[in-house]
Each structure stands twice: as C-alpha cells, then as structure tokens.
Design a protein around this ligand. Structure first.
Ligand SMILES: *[C@@H]1O[C@H](CO)[C@@H](O)[C@H](O)[C@H]1NC(C)=O
Length: 217
C-alpha cells in the first residue's frame, strides 16, 4: 500500500515536472522568434495603427492605386512609386482571435494589412490579398486588395531580414496555411516590374526589404 502511494506521488512529480519543462520550452521558442517591430527612427511600431511603408533599396514608397496604365482597376492595386516619398497609409493588424490584445507589431505573427483608402465607386475591401501565391507568373501572384481579414489569401507576416542593408528593416511573407487552407509554406514577397509598373508579388529572387515610417501628424 505504502509503496503504491509512494510511486503514485513519484509519478505525479514526474508528470508535473515534464509538463512544465514542455511548456517552458515551447513558450520560449515561440517568444524567441517574436520581436517588436521598430520604425525608421527606432520607435516601436504600434499594432493596428497606420504607417507609411517604403522600400530600402529603390527609394520611393508603396501606395495604393486605382489606376494601372491609365485604366481604372477595382479592387485597387498595391504598387511601388519611385517618385513618391510618402506613399499610402497601411495598417498592420495582428490576428489574435481576441485572446490577447497586442499593443505593438511583432515579427513572426500572422497579420492582415489594410489600406483603408477612400474607395469611391469601388466598394471592394482594402485588405492586401494574393489570389494565387503559387502562380508562376503575374497577375495572379500580385498583391492587390479585395480580401477579408484572417483568411488564407490575406495572411501575412513581417520577418527580420537575414542580412539587412538598413537598420530596422524587415521583409514581408505571405503564409496562407497560417490563417486557413492553402500551400503550407511561406512565400517571400518581392518587388518586380509587371507591365511597366513595380509591384509586390510572390515572384522574384530578392525579398522586398522595407521600413515603417510614422505618419506625420
Ligand atoms: C526568403 O528570403 C530569404 C532572404 O533572402 C532567403 O534566405 C530565403 O531562402 C527565402 N525563402 C524562400 C522560400 O525563397
């Protein structure tokens, strides 16, 4: 009798210890990859707040447009404008399923990106979306708008650049399976020209390295 109580207590201690080691290691690895994102001046980037976004290498900025090669488009497209140093206002919102409210944007967290542009006649949503990340050629793999929050097509994450050329610069990845169904890999977003316009897409060898700029108030 005594022996069996003793072994039961031993078993309990063993279970609790291994469980806490398990929880400790899993939470540790999860938080190790998550880093608070910084803007170009080194300030923490706020979650769910509008910022300008600019590529590091090419100058100019990212903006939303309703016109491509003199033709109106709806939903709107996300383009690089080499001559515009301000660009559009983009809101990165971490998907938390309402469990924890995040004050700051973090790397390696799934998020939606909303352009919130005045829509006019175009009533499509302004969430960044990629219709077919695996498409070998544009336009199916271009970032446009028109998606919903927290779906596979609109699922992105900000990641640290392995070899940043600038302080506080990041890369963007599209990870469909992190939010829903779809290819279970993350696609690097890069900047390349399509029909004479620089666009963000899942094609291209050099990842789009960018910085966040606070919006002048
Ligand atoms: C994404 O870009 C990084 C940095 O250039 C590179 O190391 C990595 O292999 C790329 N991933 C894919 C899937 O192309």
């Amino acid at each position: 009798m005594k022996a069996s109580i003793f072994s039961y207590v031993l078993f309990l201690i063993f279970t609790i210890t291994t469980q806490s080691i398990f929880i400790f290691t899993t939470t540790n690895t999860a938080s190790a990859a998550e880093v608070v994102v910084r803007d170009s001046t080194g300030k923490k980037v706020l979650n769910n707040v509008r910022y300008h976004v600019a590529p590091v290498a090419k100058g100019g900025s990212i903006k939303l447009t309703d016109t491509i090669n003199k033709k109106k488009v709806c939903p709107f497209d996300v383009v690089h404008d080499p001559k515009d140093n301000v660009g559009g206002e983009f809101m990165f919102t971490i998907i938390t399923n309402g469990v924890v409210k995040e004050n700051y944007l973090k790397t390696e967290r799934i998020l939606g990106i909303d352009s919130g542009y005045p829509k006019g006649a175009c009533t499509e949503s302004t969430f960044w979306t990629i219709n077919d990340a695996e498409a070998k050629a544009p336009p199916a793999n271009l970032i446009t708008t028109g998606g919903g929050f927290d779906t596979d097509l609109t699922c992105f994450q900000v990641v640290e650049h392995p070899k940043p050329t600038n302080k506080n610069s990041y890369m963007l990845q599209h990870c469909p399976s992190f939010c829903g169904a779809g290819p279970s890999t993350c696609f690097n977003i890069s900047l390349s020209s399509y029909q004479g316009v620089n666009r963000l897409s899942t094609v291209g060898a050099t990842p789009f390295e960018f910085v966040f700029h606070k919006i002048a108030s």
